[in-house]
Design a protein around this ligand. Structure first.
Ligand SMILES: Cc1cc2nc3c(=O)[nH]c(=O)nc-3n(C[C@H](O)[C@H](O)[C@H](O)COP(=O)(O)OP(=O)(O)OC[C@H]3O[C@@H](n4cnc5c(N)ncnc54)[C@H](O)[C@@H]3O)c2cc1C
Length: 539
């Protein structure tokens, strides 16, 4: 892949510059919590968010946040469950960090005003989710955990004198000099550019669900941080591992709203369009089989029946209980004319979570000095080949706190800010909306739940034919987002083609077995190319 170092034309001599201690790109749980940890050590922090702070993947998180809180649970059980889900590719050291530091960080969320649901006696209500061996999922307002966390954290951030927030601003690229990150090139709402400079920059830009035509992620999830870091020379790891959620609402013209796994946990059945309950043909655990198995089963049924969906059916359960347990899902379905307690809900798999991302160490630092990554954009080693449900919110706060600690130890960078500049190019002449839809369709069709060398090669050829955008002069947020999506799509497809086995979220029809020869990571770096990394690098 020939990706340019910078996407836009600029001259550092002419750019206005604003100085902070730390620049944080992203206003989801990772960005907000890292900023609050940094402000407590009096750092002057800038948060940049491309929309409002209320619009991020975090806001849509339903199920909850995983941490050891009950007497019959222990970090070792959480560790085992996470390693099992990760299918041999987790970094056990990173998982140890997650399970041991998670509870204190979740307590910190409470101190900062997050109200988790409690039982009648006032103790925290814990629920169970697929592949967790104990009840360890904290939730808020039933199924509105993410929006409650964002409410609490954004209130804290907005009242914090050390934190400046730039909403509707867009990070285009990182400015680096001799493998040191000096800050970020930012697009302002009026179309002008500004340089935000600091001793450290943290990419908290979230995932890349928009790579696919069907996704549970909001429009903002365009993989910006991963592509930005890749252009700057960071290592990007495990991009073939995309988690598809089996049950997203599937209605024409409606967003792919997630119908939580907890609905199946509470007794919902899957039926094909002929009304047949089909999971017995695919797995002994029926509807509670692992997510990837359920997703593949649903696709097989959709193909066999020629339909775009199957049904999720919880009409046999007590309506009062269903309404109380899933208030958000119930209200959302009702907006589309579907009553969860009376109607079967049409669902289909959708891209949900990017396991891979910007490779970091246990302090969230990348191979570029002064550059950190946190949250879904990062690859800390916690998730391996498949994420255990509800571990991502925990990962964001645990590593956010570590990043803040590490940055506190850093000295201010001497920033020459003279080296970076970019040659002028011809403007882009084509609209990108159409191209983006095409990319999303290609990814869904060829790099989706089921993959095969022959179709992955078609995808790669298609995607490569669009690389011309990398030599054009880009100016709008939509153009930058499309270039970032294309970068992530190429990385995902190349990695998926190379990994000749099935593991975790990655399923190859031509290599349906897991193969121990593939117990290694695929890491991409812009100048070096592909670097194969052995497992347990920190051991
Ligand atoms: C429907 C749904 C349900 C989920 N349920 C759960 C759950 O129950 N439990 C769980 O643990 N996980 C869940 N997840 C996953 C979890 O929500 C995410 O992994 C997590 O919220 C990611 O947090 P983040 O801070 O890394 O990114 P996000 O919350 O996505 O925030 C990214 C931020 O970066 C900003 N941004 C992006 N690019 C740029 C740019 N170029 N310039 C400026 N700003 C930029 C965005 O505007 C946004 O503010 C769910 C995800 C979805 C979509």
């Amino acid at each position: 892949m020939t990706v340019p170092r910078y996407l836009s034309s600029f001259s550092l001599d002419e750019l206005p510059r604003q100085d902070f201690d730390v620049i944080i790109a992203g206003g989801g749980i990772a960005g907000l919590y890292t900023a609050l940890c940094l402000s407590s050590t009096h750092h002057k922090v800038l948060i940049i968010a491309k929309h409002s702070l209320l619009d991020s993947n975090t806001r849509y998180a339903q199920g909850g946040i995983a941490a050891v809180f009950s007497d019959d649970d222990a970090p070792e059980y959480h560790l085992q469950d996470t390693l099992l889900a990760g299918a041999g590719l987790c970094d056990p050291k990173a998982v140890e960090v997650l399970v041991h530091e998670g509870p204190a960080c979740v307590q910190d969320l409470m101190r900062l005003g997050t109200n988790f649901d409690t039982k009648q006696d006032g103790s925290i209500a814990l629920t169970m989710e697929g592949a967790h061996s104990r009840r360890r999922i904290l939730h808020a307002k039933g199924d509105a955990t993410g929006s409650e966390i964002i409410r609490a954290l954004s209130e804290q951030v907005k009242g914090d004198p050390h934190i400046t927030v730039w909403e509707d601003h867009y990070v285009i690229d990182l400015i680096t000099h001799e493998e040191v990150c000096l800050g970020a090139l930012v697009l302002r709402p009026d179309g002008s550019q500004v340089l935000a400079a600091g001793k450290a920059t943290v990419l908290c830009t979230g995932g890349a669900g928009q790579l696919y035509r069907c996704t549970t992620n909001p429009e903002a999830a365009t993989g910006d941080g991963i592509a930005i870091a890749y252009r700057a020379g960071a290592y990007v790891r495990d991009m073939e591992f995309v988690q598809f959620h089996p049950t997203a609402l599937s209605l024409p013209d409606a967003p792919r709203f997630l119908i939580s796994e907890a609905v199946r946990g509470e007794g919902a059945w899957l039926r094909n369009i002929h009304g047949e309950r089909f999971m017995a043909r695919y797995h002994p655990m029926l509807e509670l089989a692992p997510r990837d198995v359920v997703a593949r089963a649903i696709i097989s049924e959709m193909e066999a029946t020629g339909a775009d969906f199957v049904y999720l059916d919880i009409t046999h359960e007590d309506p009062e209980r269903v309404r109380a347990r899933f208030p958000t899902i119930y209200a959302t379905c009702l907006r589309y004319g579907l009553d969860l307690t009376k109607d079967r809900i049409p669902v289909a798999p959708a891209a949900h979570y990017m396991m891979g991302g910007i490779k970091t160490d246990l302090s969230g630092e990348t191979n570029i000095k002064g550059l950190f990554a946190c949250g879904e954009a990062a690859s800390t080693g916690v998730h391996g080949a498949n994420r255990l449900a509800s571990n991502s919110l925990t990962e964001a706060i645990v590593f956010g706190r570590r990043i803040a600690q590490r940055i506190s130890e850093l000295k201010a960078a001497a920033s020459p800010l003279t080296a970076a500049s970019q040659e002028h190019r011809d403007p882009l002449t084509m609209p990108v909306a159409e191209k983006q839809r095409h990319l999303q369709e290609t990814m869904l069709r060829y790099v989706g739940v089921r993959r095969h060398a022959s179709t992955l090669k078609i995808a790669l050829e298609e995607l490569r034919s669009h690389q011309v955008i990398f030599s054009a002069k880009l100016r709008t947020r939509e153009e930058y987002e499309y270039a970032n999506l294309l970068t992530c799509a190429l990385l995902t497809t190349e990695a998926a083609l190379l990994r000749e086995e099935s593991r975790g979220g990655h399923y190859r029809e031509d290599y349906p077995e897991q193969d121990d020869a593939w117990l290694r990571h695929l890491v991409f770096q812009r100048e070096i190319g592909i670097v194969e990394e052995p497992i347990y690098e920190h051991a």
